[in-house]
Design a protein around this ligand. Structure first.
Ligand code: ZN
Length: 134
C-alpha cells in the first residue's frame, strides 16, 4: 500500500469541551470542526498540526467503542490514522499479508473520509486506521 502521511491521531477523552480548552489555551491550536459520527457513537473535534490532525473523540454512549475503550484504559491515545491512496485495496493487501482487519471494506468516517481499521493485535498494539479522501 502507499502511505503518504499521518492523517490524524485519535485521542479518547471523557469531555470534549474540557479537552478542547487544553488544546486551544495551552497548545494554542484551533478547533476547526466538531462533528458527531452516529454509527461510531462519538463526537469528534479536529485540530490541524501541519498536515496532520488531532482528532479528539468523546463517546456519546458508554457501550460505544470509545466508551468501552475509556472504561478499560482511561483517556489517552486511541488510534493512529495513515493516509493512503485506496483504503479498500490497502485493507485487502493487509489481510492478504496476514493482518487481522476490523473492516473488510471501507466505511465513512468523520470529515467524509473513507476509513478502515487494522486490529491492534496484528499491529503491535496500535489501533491503525487507514483513510482516504474521496
Ligand atoms: Zn480516526
Amino acid at each position: 500500500m502507499k502511505i503518504t502521511h499521518i492523517e490524524h491521531i485519535g485521542i479518547a477523552v471523557k469531555n470534549l469541551e474540557e479537552s478542547i480548552k487544553y488544546y486551544e489555551k495551552v497548545l494554542g491550536l484551533k478547533c476547526y470542526s466538531i462533528e458527531e459520527v452516529k454509527d461510531q457513537k462519538v463526537k469528534t473535534a479536529f485540530f490541524k498540526v501541519g498536515q496532520t490532525k488531532i482528532e479528539l473523540l468523546e463517546s456519546t454512549d458508554s457501550e460505544g467503542p470509545i466508551g468501552k475503550f475509556i472504561s478499560k484504559n482511561g483517556e489517552g491515545l486511541h488510534h493512529m490514522a495513515f493516509a493512503t491512496e485506496d483504503v479498500d485495496a490497502s485493507l485487502k493487501e493487509a489481510e492478504a499479508k496476514g493482518i487481522r482487519v476490523i473492516d473488510k471494506i471501507s466505511r465513512k468516517g468523520a470529515e467524509g473520509l473513507n476509513i478502515g481499521f487494522l486490529h491492534p493485535k496484528s499491529t503491535f498494539g496500535v489501533l491503525t486506521e487507514l483513510c482516504e479522501k474521496k
